[in-house]
Design a protein around this ligand. Structure first.
Ligand SMILES: *Cc1c(COP(=O)(O)O)cnc(C)c1O
Ligand code: SF4
Length: 323
């Protein structure tokens, strides 16, 4: 553990220690260091999805025209062993005031930026004072309409979602969304569900992001339980991510075709409300794409062959325009 902790940031929050005690090894794998992290396969790279190639200033990643990532801190409440930013999280702390000014200056100077995604690290480890200052700065940029917070804090430290934090989030004049990182139904303890209820009652729409992980959630039963539990906690499953090629994560990797089969199996047994989009990030920085198998194949004459959830093929006719 010491050798791994010397290489990668390591921390487990008290709330997640309780989850691991109650739920066992499949939960522990996400957070407890493993010797296999010291081995890197040829596909794995330090910047797996090419954040650096799209970073115009420190703390900003601008890959898609209408939205940027803003990373005010690289600190997290827990360090996930499979994190795609594992080469950077836990190392540098917060952006300095000058760096944050420069990052906000970039957003101010780019009117095409409609949405700011606060990520890191975990933006909700910042003090209420820092969050207030950050939201006040974003509030003063009229072309930014949406602020989205990507966080693991509601799971890793649900007590942090207290009245003071919620009041702070309610001060902004932007439309706020929160995407919560959660990979297993056992992470959604009654305390976590209560934190989600506080956020939802405060008018903050909640989404989830999950990563498909070998030995953690790679069965159709576990995925189904995860997405049902999230949806029942008023969290809309948003993305299921195929694991990126971050260094030392091969013991977590589910082959892409197995991921596709798991997601296809969900369609037949789970409400559409509870099904996230399965996505993969193209190594090097070309962005996210849908990773699901297509149930439509073109015939060439405008007809499509459509496969239903039992695998039976049907013909879908082309449209005829009325003159
Ligand atoms: C994933 C990602 C986003 C957000 O993508 P959505 O599909 O809008 O959730 C934005 N910017 C970067 C650089 C990303 O990697
Ligand atoms: S909370 Fe998110 S950013 Fe932090 S270690 Fe886990 S996956 Fe990485």
């Amino acid at each position: 553990m010491e050798a791994v902790a010397a290489r990668y940031a390591t921390a487990i929050s008290p709330a997640l220690v309780d989850v691991i005690r109650a739920a066992g090894p499949r939960l522990a794998r996400q957070f407890v260091p493993d010797m296999r992290e010291l081995e890197t396969t040829p596909q794995e790279r330090s910047d797996p999805i090419g954040d650096e190639t799209h970073s115009p200033v420190k703390g900003i990643v601008h890959r898609y025209p209408d939205r940027v990532l803003l990373m005010p801190t690289l600190t997290c409440a827990v360090y996930c062993r499979f994190c795609f930013r594992r080469e950077t999280v836990g190392s540098a702390g917060n952006l300095s005031p000058a760096e944050l000014d420069a990052a906000l200056g970039y957003i101010r100077a780019h009117p095409e930026i409609w949405e700011v995604i606060l990520t890191g690290g975990d933006p909700l480890v910042l003090s209420v004072r820092r969050l207030k200052d950050l939201f006040a700065a974003l509030d003063a940029i009229p072309h930014v309409k949406i602020v989205r917070i990507h966080t693991r804090v509601p799971v890793a430290d649900p007590e942090r979602i207290d009245g003071e934090l919620i009041e702070t989030l309610q001060l902004t004049n932007k439309t706020l969304y929160m995407a919560i990182h959660c990979n297993h139904a056992a992470e959604l303890t009654p305390h976590v569900a209560a934190a989600c209820a506080r956020l939802s009652t405060a008018g903050i729409p909640l989404l989830s992001q999950s990563v498909l992980l070998k030995g953690v959630n790679d069965t159709v039963e576990e995925l189904e339980a995860l997405f049902r539990t999230l949806t029942a906690a008023r969290v809309k499953p948003y993305y299921l991510h195929h694991l990126d090629y971050a260094p030392g994560t091969s013991h977590f990797r589910v082959p892409l075709d197995q991921g596709q089969a798991l997601v296809a199996a969900l369609r037949g047994r789970l409400s559409g409300l509870a099904i996230p989009t399965f996505v993969v990030d193209i190594p090097g920085g070309a962005g996210k794409v849908r990773a699901e198998t297509s149930s439509l194949s073109p015939e060439g004459d405008g007809t499509f062959i459509v496969r239903d959830r039992h695998g039976t093929e049907h013909s879908y006719p082309p449209a005829t325009a009325l003159e």
